[in-house]
Design a protein around this ligand. Structure first.
Ligand code: NAD
Length: 490
């Protein structure tokens, strides 16, 4: 299906070369059909060691970190090369990640490719040095200059749900800032990362060792990367549980740990909101990519007086979305990524039933799909915020509808969560909305359907949803150190 990747075993990029994995190959599976798409290099500990060595050498022994214009050139060249291979990348993304075609035109592929320009622009225009002027601390007249420099070797560990978006959201700013990189993608989407490696190796001037991509079936490679003393920073996106392990690993040499983790975000519907719009949009969004998005608002908080009405609207919307072939132009809800993920979602549905939840629509595998890891969009009602499905991240097309008793109660419920990634507020009175957005403890909030996702907008979580911000200038600065040079004046 692809000329970028040999189906017998897509190689990985280490030290500027496309190489086979020390552990042979492993299969990558189409989640919509359960068929093996092909093979990917199965990297082992020695491959990871070679990748870190190459990244270390490229950082320590070349001008990469100081040549801002060259880095901007390389990032633009990468963007052009990705665009030249757009249709192949699209078919890999649909087949391997189960990403519906329509979203490859936005955040699953074309958006993140275009966003590389933001990173390239920062490499060119960022103020690397700030003059703090002359002062005489402790009586010594001194001229102070503040410099920003790259952190060094970045280990990037990524999940499968938005493989390109997350790989590029780390690679773009990390390279723009002058770092070198070892990327360890999720075992479920090795081809998306291998295609990036092939394009970098064959179509860009990015020097050998600056980007290394180690695909592997073995999660332990991620742990090894976090513990490697030659790595200066880990940039991780994945579950909160794995994030804890990453932080423990990073503690071994106190490397910087930047974490983008899970979420259980709330949509707050105030009693003056347009109920149909608020509930309809929220219910629809939970079906996007089969609910496999960290920032989706999977808890819907509605005024108690209109609870049944809201449940009906949600069930009407989600019941009308049929999970289907992700390559079909109209598909919103494709498959879950794997049998393991579907089992996880089904376990949560069982727990919800056991705790007294009412499955209003969905709740099962679609009857018309013999193959593929599909699950019906599901609305759960009649639970409170203490229910397991209201507290834990499910990562499937499942919406829990909860009742609130006014604005203060809605804020309390939204914040009564270990997570703080995203959320939304729906209403008509700007002052009331402001009083709510001021008090909700999350990293992003949408008001009346506003979209916060963009290259220049920082994204990330409060509480157990993460540490740090991705994207925007704030996301770029995560990849920088601060150095103060003070020269005796006069
Ligand atoms: P995961 O945590 O299972 O795996 C993520 C990555 O970590 C994979 O590459 C995996 O191989 C690696 N890994 C596993 N164990 C490791 C360890 N001990 N040390 C280091 N690396 C290890 O997550 P997933 O199932 O791939 O993705 C789904 C999760 O990602 C969800 O919780 C979702 O909310 C989260 N996510 C968060 C964001 C965000 O920006 N906040 C974005 C997308 C996904």
């Amino acid at each position: 299906m692809t000329s970028l990747l040999p189906p017998g075993g897509a190689p990985m990029l280490v030290g500027g070369k496309l190489i086979d994995g020390g552990n042979g190959v492993f299969a990558t599976v189409n989640p919509a059909t359960e068929e093996v798409l092909g093979q990917a290099a199965d990297g082992d500990a020695a491959d990871l060691d070679a990748a870190v060595t190459a990244a270390r050498t490229a950082f320590d022994e070349t001008d990469w970190s100081r040549d801002h214009a060259f880095r901007a050139h390389c990032l633009r060249q990468l963007r052009t090369a990705l665009e030249a291979n757009l249709e192949e990348l699209r078919s890999i993304t649909i087949a391997e990640a189960g990403a519906p075609l329509m979203f490859t035109r936005g955040p699953q592929l074309e958006g993140p490719i275009a966003d590389l320009e933001f990173a390239a622009g920062l490499a060119e225009t960022y103020s690397w040095e700030t003059d703090l002027g002359t002062a005489a601390p402790m009586g010594v007249a001194s001229h102070r200059a503040l410099r920003r420099e790259p952190v060094g070797v970045v280990g990037a560990i990524t999940p499968w749900n938005f493989p390109h978006q997350i790989n590029f959201a780390k690679l773009g700013p990390a390279l723009a800032a002058g770092n070198t990189l070892v990327l360890k993608p999720a075992p479920d989407t090795p081809w998306c990362a291998a295609a990036l490696g092939a394009i970098i190796a064959e179509h860009t001037d990015i020097p050998a060792g600056v980007v290394n991509i180690v695909t592997s079936a073995n999660h332990a490679l991620g742990a090894m990367l976090t513990e490697d003393p030659r790595v200066d920073m880990i940039s991780f996106t994945g579950s909160t549980q794995t994030g804890r392990a990453v932080m423990r690993g990073a503690a071994s040499n106190l490397k910087k740990a930047f974490l983008e983790l899970g979420g259980k975000s709330a949509a707050i519907v105030l009693d003056d909101a347009n109920l149909a719009a608020a509930v309809g949009v929220t219910a629809f969004s939970v079906c996007v990519h089969a609910g496999q998005g960290c920032a989706l608002t999977t808890r819907l908080l509605v005024p108690r007086a209109v609870y049944e009405q809201a449940v009906e609207i949600a069930a009407g919307t989600m019941g009308g979305i049929t999970p289907g072939d992700p390559s079909a132009p109209g598909t919103v809800c494709g498959p879950l990524i794997s049998a393991r993920q579907r089992t996880r979602v089904e376990r949560y549905l069982e727990i919800a039933r056991g705790e007294g939840g009412r499955i209003v629509t969905g709740g099962a595998r679609p009857a018309d799909r013999e193959h593929g890891f599909f699950i019906e969009p599901t609305v759960i009602a009649d639970l409170t915020n203490t229910a397991t499905v209201a507290r834990e991240e499910i990562f499937g097309p499942v919406l829990v509808v909860l009742a609130h008793d006014g604005d203060d109660d809605a804020v309390r419920l939204a914040n009564d969560s270990p997570y703080g990634l995203s959320g939304s507020v729906w209403g008509t009175d700007p002052e009331r909305i402001r009083r709510v957005t001021d008090r909700v403890r999350t990293g992003t909030l949408s008001v009346n359907g506003g979209v916060w996702y963009s290259a220049d907008a920082p994204f990330g979580g409060y509480k157990q949803s993460g540490i740090g911000r991705e994207m925007g200038v704030a996301g770029f600065e995560e990849y920088l150190e601060t150095k103060l040079i003070s020269t005796a004046a006069g």
